[in-house]
Write a protein that binds this ligand. Structure first.
Ligand SMILES: [Zn+2]
Length: 381
């Protein structure tokens, strides 16, 4: 006789991990898991402050945790990469709250060297730079060097790239911190300073300064940046990650800096919006717009009119909601320390020149060891 079978109780929660593929939408994912559309709206409402779920990217991961029987959602985790996760959670009072988990981890430095053979883009890719890296290098030097005309076969370039590791694993996040382009008679150098801008080796800025505000006239601030604000419509504690200006619908909005449009969209609650990336450090966001004048991928100049303000999405009246993010975190755009002039202060310049010495040393010794290697190869031939 066999012992009676032990029946283990049905687990209370279920976890389902979904790797996003092209064409997936939140709506279809919720449907597939039989989680209500009402819950989806609650999640989207919580997401209004961060827009993390607004465009799901292939290979992003969503982890749903829900009651096995009722399919009621308890937690939804968006895993962008190990350094950037967002958790939406059912709060005790019933609504959905979010938490952003940002881990800086460790940035490792990598040096990439190459030689021009054909276009810069092709040569850069051959050396191991991404298309985005090549675009950054072209942009850094654009005031000094015409990459379409002034480069020659055999010109040398070196790029220093910082790559992010969290718990020893690469997150796929990387940015350029230095570059050098050497021609027979000219040399161009640029290094990233901790204010997020590139400077030449004597400390002259290669990037334009920011303007503080994205408006051509001054308008009353109707709501300040406030990490602990109560939402005016829902009454829940919901961080106000930007500053609101009481602009009438149709007011011209100008970009606060040079940059590139990374996202344009229309969110149920945030309305028509624009994301602009100014550098690896600074990002800006504009919500509740009436009309958008730019498209995704478009390069933008400081002061360029990018939109007209409006009252779209969930909004209590016409206004502009403007956000500034530094290293992935929203900051008060009225108070944040941002470069508003082109030149460095005296103490910053001293710090920058120290950095130049260190980085130049790194570039020179890499070049030397390459020359030695080439020499050895020649001897061996
Ligand atoms: Zn606002």
């Amino acid at each position: 006789m066999s012992a009676p079978l032990k029946v283990s109780p049905e687990p209370k929660y279920q976890k389902t991990k979904v790797v996003i593929t092209k064409g997936d939408t939140l709506s279809t994912l919720f449907e597939r898991l039989n989680i209500s559309q009402q819950t989806l709206y609650e999640v989207l409402s919580a997401d209004e402050s961060i827009l993390a779920l607004e465009t799901l990217k292939p290979n992003n991961v969503l982890i749903f945790k829900y009651f096995t029987k009722s399919h009621e959602l308890q937690e939804l985790e968006l895993f962008v990469h190990a350094g950037h996760r967002v958790i939406y959670r059912r709060a005790e009072d019933g609504g959905i709250e979010y938490e952003t988990l940002i881990q800086d981890g460790e940035w490792r430095t990598k040096l990439i060297s190459g030689e021009i053979n054909g276009s810069f883009y092709l040569s850069a890719q051959k050396a191991g730079l991404t298309e985005a890296d090549a675009a950054v290098v072209t942009k850094i030097f654009k005031e000094q060097l015409n990459f379409a005309r002034a480069i020659r076969q055999g010109d040398k370039f070196q790029v220093i790239r910082n790559e992010q590791f969290v718990d020893g694993k690469p997150t796929g996040q990387a940015h350029i911190v230095g570059a050098r382009f050497q021609q027979k008679t000219n040399e161009y150098t640029a290094f990233l300073f901790d204010d997020g801008r590139f400077y030449g080796k004597q400390g002259h800025s290669l990037t334009r300064a920011f303007r503080r505000l994205p408006l051509q006239k001054s308008y009353r601030v109707s709501s300040h940046f406030n990490p602990r604000r109560k939402h005016p419509v829902t009454g829940r504690i919901r961080p106000h990650n930007g500053v609101d200006f009481a602009t009438p619908t149709g007011t011209k909005i100008v970009s606060t800096g040079d940059g590139i449009v990374t996202r344009v969209g229309n969110h149920k609650f945030a309305g028509k919006y624009i994301d602009i990336r100014h550098s690896s450090k600074y990002k800006a966001r504009y919500l509740h717009l009436h009309k958008i004048n730019v498209h995704q991928g478009q390069p933008i100049k400081r002061g360029q009119i990018i939109a007209l303000s409006g009252n779209t999405g969930r909004s209590t009246g016409p206004h502009l909601h403007f956000e500034l993010h530094i290293n992935g975190r929203p900051v008060d755009p009225l108070k944040a320390k941002i470069p508003l002039t082109r030149s460095l202060t005296k103490s910053d310049k001293t710090a920058f020149l120290k950095l130049v010495a260190m980085r130049t040393n790194m570039l020179d010794s890499a070049l030397e060891s390459e020359i030695n290697k080439a020499h050895e190869t020649m001897l061996a031939d």
